[in-house]
Design a protein around this ligand. Structure first.
Ligand SMILES: Nc1nc2c(ncn2[C@@H]2O[C@H](COP(=O)(O)OP(=O)(O)OP(=O)(O)O)[C@@H](O)[C@H]2O)c(=O)[nH]1
Ligand SMILES: [Mg+2]
Length: 189
């Protein structure tokens, strides 16, 4: 089996970092020197995509793709989404309005993604944010219909520099992808 997973989220959320941690090959990254506001907090930014591979044994593997966070490179999102079985949405909790960032990405996914695909949210940078509570995200998705309700959108606090954290997030997502492959029209509970 070979699945593609896409890491999405704002610039600096930790997409490239997480993929580098998980990949068994050297990550193919398209990073350029950051300019404008991104340069204030990091030196490089993804301009096209990252690509890494997790080998699962017996020939099974998961391809890890990272999208550029900056909206001006968002032409890549559709291309990468098309081939992805699931999405890891990383949100940087230390940005000025991270709940609005989550809302922005959910809107974008609804608009571009066609059918909703399995997704998990990883909230990064809680260690450097003034308030580490992630309740604001639950508020944000409460009024959204469908799969985001009823615990259908796992939200976990992670540090993208911590392999165990990223592995847990990917484990949750791969379980969801596996379910959606086995039961494409959903499961009654
Ligand atoms: N303090 C802190 N730093 C983190 C955390 N997660 C990731 N980082 C750091 O934040 C930075 C994230 O950078 P990248 O991985 O390049 O971010 P990106 O999401 O790929 O950003 P773009 O390519 O610009 O869209 C790195 O320096 C990480 O080490 C976290 O939870 N806390
Ligand atoms: Mg990047």
């Amino acid at each position: 089996m070979e699945w593609s997973i896409l890491f999405l989220g704002p610039a600096g959320a930790g997409k490239t970092q997480a993929i580098r941690l998980m990949s068994d090959i050297e990550v193919v990254a398209t990073e350029a020197k950051a300019t404008d506001e991104v340069a204030l907090y990091k030196s490089h930014t993804t301009v096209a995509m990252d690509m890494g591979i997790m080998q699962l044994g017996e020939g099974d593997r998961i391809l890890l793709y990272g999208a550029p966070g900056q909206d001006r490179f968002d032409f890549m999102w559709d291309i990468l989404l098309q081939q992805s079985k699931g999405v890891v949405l990383l949100i940087d909790h230390s940005r000025s309005d991270p709940a609005a960032d989550l809302s922005h990405y959910l809107d974008q996914l609804d608009r571009r993604g066609g059918k909703r695909r399995p997704m998990v949210v990883g909230v990064t940078h809680t260690d450097v944010a003034s308030d580490s509570s992630i309740d604001l995200y639950r508020e944000q998705i409460k009024n959204r219909s469908g799969l985001y309700d009823m615990g259908g959108l796992p939200i976990l606090t992670i540090d993208a520099r911590n392999p165990q954290n990223v592995r847990t997030l990917l484990l949750a997502l791969t379980a969801m992808v596996d379910m959606s492959e086995r039961f494409p029209s959903g499961v009654d509970v």
